[in-house]
Design a binder for this molecule. Structure first.
Ligand SMILES: NC(=O)c1ccc[n+]([C@@H]2O[C@H](COP(=O)([O-])OP(=O)(O)OC[C@H]3O[C@@H](n4cnc5c(N)ncnc54)[C@H](OP(=O)(O)O)[C@@H]3O)[C@@H](O)[C@H]2O)c1
Length: 308
């Protein structure tokens, strides 16, 4: 597995993260196999959120981790808080951040999170409260590093005015189909296409300029959890180019789709979500593939974009 150093954060972490959103569906034994497979592939970095299965994902992981024989200090465990679907609100209050972390630690059966991300914007958040919560979590040793998810530049700036700890990650949707983070720069000022819409305030460039590592979520999905585009007959051109490059590199099409994310010079991590050990092994091979400049464009154009 290729590793990377996170600016202002942990060193030597894998470029591929194992997402755990889909883990509640597994038995404890099957979950242990997923955790072990990712570990053996070098992707010993696990992404969680308090809302995945309303706590069930963290709980299943906590039970299963004990079966793997892996040491806690040999893995990186990340969770996210702030989405409270059971209450129909997003909540970044100090009280909710602190109690969410305590709940996550209990369910994950650990004493610390390697990183904590604020999951989606609570649009009435008070940055002073977030800062107080982060100070408490940092000084108590409950959280090592902090970041955000699905957050635009000005809200990150607002947080940074108050929060002392560096915000080292921004977890964002990015796949060959959902490439809006990239599209807007290419089609800028073009009234004839929706690809030109600036939906997030030049977020990708902002993250690069501010040493915030992007973690790309749902890197194999089309739409909003529409399913995977790989081997999907609705994406014939994309699958043709994926297959050609997969054959050339001796890896799966899914590995090429992930290698496309990793090829971006922003230096991203990709969060995969498979719960199938064979698929996980296939996808992790992406870390050993370096696509050329031309390959990157060939895939991008095959996904339905064009050169303006
Ligand atoms: N911050 C956020 O707002 C946010 C939002 C969504 C997700 N996330 C994070 O991102 C992670 C990944 O999301 P995701 O699960 O949507 O990612 P994904 O890797 O794009 O999709 C995984 C899904 O594709 C399926 N799939 C079908 N064929 C596959 C193949 N050949 N290889 C691999 N997968 C295949 C998997 O099924 P199998 O299990 O059968 O392989 C699984 O259901 C989540 O676990 C979560 O940690 C974050």
């Amino acid at each position: 597995m290729k590793n990377m150093n996170i600016a202002g954060g942990p060193q030597n972490v894998p470029v591929i993260i194992q997402g755990c959103m889909r883990i509640p569906d597994l038995t404890k034994e099957a979950a242990a196999k997923v955790i072990r497979t990712a570990y053996d592939c070098g992707a010993a970095f696990y992404d969680h959120a308090t809302c995945y299965g309303q706590g069930a994902a963290e709980e299943r992981f906590g039970e299963a981790f004990g079966l793997t024989g892996i040491k806690r200090e040999d893995v990186f465990i990340q969770s996210k808080c702030g989405l409270c679907f059971e209450r129909n609100e997003f909540d970044w209050t100090k009280e909710n951040i602190l109690s969410s972390v305590d709940d996550s630690l209990r369910r994950l059966n650990t004493t610390y999170l390697d990183s904590l991300l604020l999951h989606r914007p609570d649009v009435i958040f008070e940055p002073e409260e977030v800062a107080e919560a982060f100070d408490i979590l940092k000084s108590s040793g409950k959280v090592r590093y902090f970041g955000v998810s699905n957050l635009v530049p000005m809200q990150i700036e607002l947080l940074k005015k108050y929060v002392k700890q560096p915000l080292i990650f921004n977890q964002l949707q990015l796949s060959l189909d959902q490439s809006q983070l990239i599209d807007q720069a290419l089609y800028m000022n073009n009234k004839t296409t929706e690809f030109s819409l600036n939906r997030d305030g030049n977020l990708l460039d902002y993250c690069r300029l501010n040493d915030i590592t992007v973690q790309a979520w749902s890197p194999l999905q089309f739409g909003f959890f529409g399913g995977t585009f790989v081997d999907n007959p609705d994406f014939p051109e994309l699958n043709k180019v994926l297959a050609e490059l997969a054959e050339r590199e001796g890896v799966s099409k899914t590995a090429i789709a992930i290698a496309w994310v990793l090829r971006h010079p922003a230096g991203m991590q990709a969060i995969i979500g498979s719960m199938n050990p064979d698929h996980i092994k296939d996808v992790c091979a992406a870390a050993d593939v370096t696509l050329s400049h031309h390959d990157w464009y060939a895939l991008y154009l095959a996904s339905g974009k064009y050169l303006p």
